[in-house]
Ligand binder design. Structure first.
Ligand code: ZN
Length: 308
């Protein structure tokens, strides 16, 4: 959505609240007391009331915005800026755009949106044919950030290379002109890994990939037990200079993700790497959604409550 269209549709706080309410009603509201799904809208106090037990639900409760003091329009603008730009936006830049004095509320809001993005993508499994490979992302150990900051404001924790499992669902299509097959990528997943043991990899693959999937990897030993969790494992010993040709989509995704993180954030705390990757893959998986990506994210944020 273009900025001009966004501000036309959401000129003020009320227009955001109205739109949010409509989307919540479309998604369905569940009463936290009796699990009833029929509600009245009480206009004067702007709350839903359960038709069965009269329990009230505020506009924000049960969504990612629960217990947030930021207004709906701030959340809407943040969601818009995080989806309308190809490359994303840093919290510092978001703070500037929203005109906030404090950095922390903006940072927290963006992290919650990223968590909602990740939760949405977790609903889907990759299927068909999937490329898989590991990539290493440079992060800063979170435990050391505080210690170093005491000594120097510009200080940072020790750098490390965090392993990430990257999966790309691809399909092969025939070019009708020359009858040659070429691969096309569909959906991606990226998972920060505590280690690259085969049991750890199998667990993550089981959660991310349909068991009927065929998986292509390089010859890394850690992939050797993938047959236990997928229909067919196709390992291939790939010389380093051939990796981009044999597993093209995972390699493109890894290098684009690294560049994206480097451009937006000078250093990434390893605790939050998964959130940043979730944002990256969320946009990547919806690259053909056009203007609809905003409302998709809004629905993801309505359906996800970070308070357990
Ligand atoms: Zn109820």
């Amino acid at each position: 959505m273009k900025l001009i269209d966004f501000f036309k549709q959401f000129p003020d706080e009320q227009s955001c609240r109205d739109y949010f309410r409509e989307q919540r009603l479309t998604e369905g509201i569940t009463c936290r007391n009796c699990k009833g799904t029929s509600h009245y809208w009480m206009k004067t106090i702007e709350q839903f009331q359960c038709k069965d037990c009269r329990t009230r639900t505020t506009l924000r409760s049960g969504t990612v915005m629960e217990s947030s003091n930021l207004c709906f329009r701030d959340w809407f603008i943040a969601m818009h800026l995080m989806t309308s730009t190809k490359k994303g936006i840093s919290a510092k830049e978001m703070q500037r755009q929203l005109g906030f004095k404090r950095y922390e509320p903006v940072w927290f809001m963006m992290q919650k949106i990223r968590i909602a993005m990740g939760a949405r993508d977790e609903r889907y499994e990759l299927t068909g044919f999937t490329e898989m490979d590991e990539g290493y992302f440079t992060t800063v150990e979170s435990a050391t950030v505080g210690e170093k900051d005491k000594k120097s404001k510009r200080g940072r924790g020790s750098e490390k290379r965090t392993p990430v499992l990257v999966m790309a669902q691809t399909e092969y299509v025939k070019n009708p002109k020359n009858h040659q097959q070429h691969s096309r990528c569909k959906f991606f997943k990226m998972r920060v890994m505590p280690d690259l043991k085969s049991t750890t990899i199998n667990k993550v693959v089981k959660d991310s990939v349909d068991p009927r999937t065929k998986v292509k990897t390089d010859g890394l030993r850690s992939f050797s037990r993938l047959n236990e969790v997928v229909r067919k494992h196709l390992p291939k010993v790939i010389p380093p200079d051939q990796a981009g040709r044999e597993l093209p989509w995972v390699h493109i995704a890894i290098s684009n993700a690294k560049r994206n993180l480097l451009n937006n954030f000078h250093h990434v705390d390893d605790t939050y790497l998964q959130n940043y990757l979730d944002e990256f893959t969320y946009r990547l998986n919806r690259r053909y959604s056009g203007d609809k990506i905003f409302v998709k994210l809004l629905i993801a944020c309505i359906s996800f409550c970070w308070i357990i």
